[in-house]
Design a protein. Structure first.
Length: 412
């Protein structure tokens, strides 16, 4: 596998079109759209001579929803290490996340159901792109979460609203045929209420117009999906945030989702959790709020297996950033799958799937017993979805998306 590559935030040739007016002024006077001659990351420090998008947004802050809209970049994964990691290890990371969830809950939770619908949506994003030329992961992800809402007992017409009911057909595709995914399993009311607002009032969560002020950790597990989105950490972070905003409007929640996705992405590319935190903290500097950065910086990743009292000091009020911090510390200092999952769950049950994903992405081979995987609910659909995401994102082992996939994973 190739050497782990640090984050690159150079402005691509198409990015200038999507900067705000203030950002464009800085680029014109101090920046460069093509910074290929500059080393942007060396020894953990940014050494670029020109202002890139990270520096611009440190100066002005993020002020637009452009990352939530149709994307205009080539999403091909070119970095060898990231491509190999996503192709080979992402399936393990996703499955161990689900297995950890089931280990502590006795069955797949509502958050795990949403993870499966998110995986399905990433493949459907490729279908939509192939059929229409539009790269709209947030839009396809929203419809995917509305399909999950429908499985929770909400009529489809009510879920999508009368104005879209004729445009969006009744849910179809491979994921809709599994009874387990139609069971209601104590979902976080925050998710139900936020998604229900779309059909009732044609409202969805945006960066500029948050859907609520929720900070609950139910936003985190499904963000594992976006670890497979790109070999550019900034893009991974943005799409995890765009999806998280659909249910959670507080920076603590959506920024934690972005950071979690970047941590898994870094591990897939051959980095460590320490590398991942460095990358995530650097990305967080371009977003509002300091709480997630503070908690990630407070994570002590070296040392013996963490004690309950040490983890309890991290959990604070149990919101998304605290759960992410607990998961990172436990995964870094306890290499055994079941003991680390249970240790984290004693403090915060929602941390369990995160620990599972960290183990799967980092170790490159399944840590959970084969017998446990055989007992995983919706095992076959989970394997097909996780493997399908890896295939459409990387084209490995011998193919990517094909027209036949449109029946299993229709665009909408």
């Amino acid at each position: 596998m190739g050497q782990y590559r640090g984050p690159s935030a150079a402005l691509g040739p198409d990015f200038g079109e999507r900067l705000t007016l203030d950002e464009q002024v800085v680029v014109e006077t101090r920046g460069r759209l093509d910074a290929s001659e500059d080393r942007e990351w060396s020894g953990g420090k940014r050494v670029m001579r020109f202002w890139d998008v990270q520096r611009v947004r440190r100066a002005f802050g993020r002020s637009s929803d452009e990352f939530c809209e149709e994307l205009h970049y080539d999403k091909a994964i070119e970095d060898e290490a990231a491509r190999f990691g996503i192709a080979v290890y992402f399936e393990i990371a996703a499955l161990e996340s689900l297995q950890a969830d089931m280990l502590v809950n006795g069955r797949l939770s509502a958050s795990a159901q949403m993870t499966l619908f998110n995986l399905d949506s990433m493949i459907r994003t490729e279908t939509r792109y192939r059929q229409t030329g539009k790269l709209q992961p947030r839009h396809v992800g929203l419809v995917g979460l509305l399909r999950w809402l429908h499985t929770q007992g909400v009529p489809w017409r009510e879920a999508v609203g009368a104005s879209l009911a004729e445009e969006l057909p009744e849910p179809a595709g491979m994921v809709m045929g599994h009874p387990i995914l139609h069971e209601r399993r104590d979902p976080d009311p925050v998710c139900i209420e936020a998604l229900s607002a779309f059909g009732a009032r044609d409202v969805s969560g945006w960066f500029s117009k948050p859907i609520n002020s929720a900070r609950t950790p139910s936003v985190l597990p499904r963000a594992v999906t976006w670890a497979a989105w790109s070999d550019v950490p900034e893009r991974v972070f943005e799409q995890a945030v765009a999806n998280a905003l659909l249910t959670h409007g507080h920076p603590d929640a959506y920024l934690s989702a972005g950071a979690y996705s970047v941590l898994v992405n870094t591990l897939l590319a051959g980095g460590t959790l320490s590398d991942g935190i460095e990358v995530a903290v650097d990305e967080l500097a371009t977003w509002p709020d300091e709480n997630v950065r503070r908690l990630l910086r407070s994570c002590e990743l070296d040392g013996p297996t963490p004690s309950r009292s040490e983890l309890s000091a991290l959990i604070e009020d149990g919101s998304a950033p605290n759960v992410l911090a607990v998961a990172a510390v436990v995964a870094a200092r306890d290499d055994e799958f079941e003991s680390s999952v249970r240790r984290a769950a004693e403090i915060a049950p929602e941390a369990a799937p995160l620990v599972g994903a960290f183990h799967g992405a980092r170790n490159g081979s399944p840590k959970m017993p084969r017998a446990a995987l055989n007992l995983l609910e919706a095992r076959q659909v989970a394997i097909r979805l996780a493997r399908g995401v890896a295939e459409v994102q990387t084209g490995w082992p011998d193919r990517g998306w094909t027209p036949e996939w449109a029946e299993l994973y229709p665009a909408l």
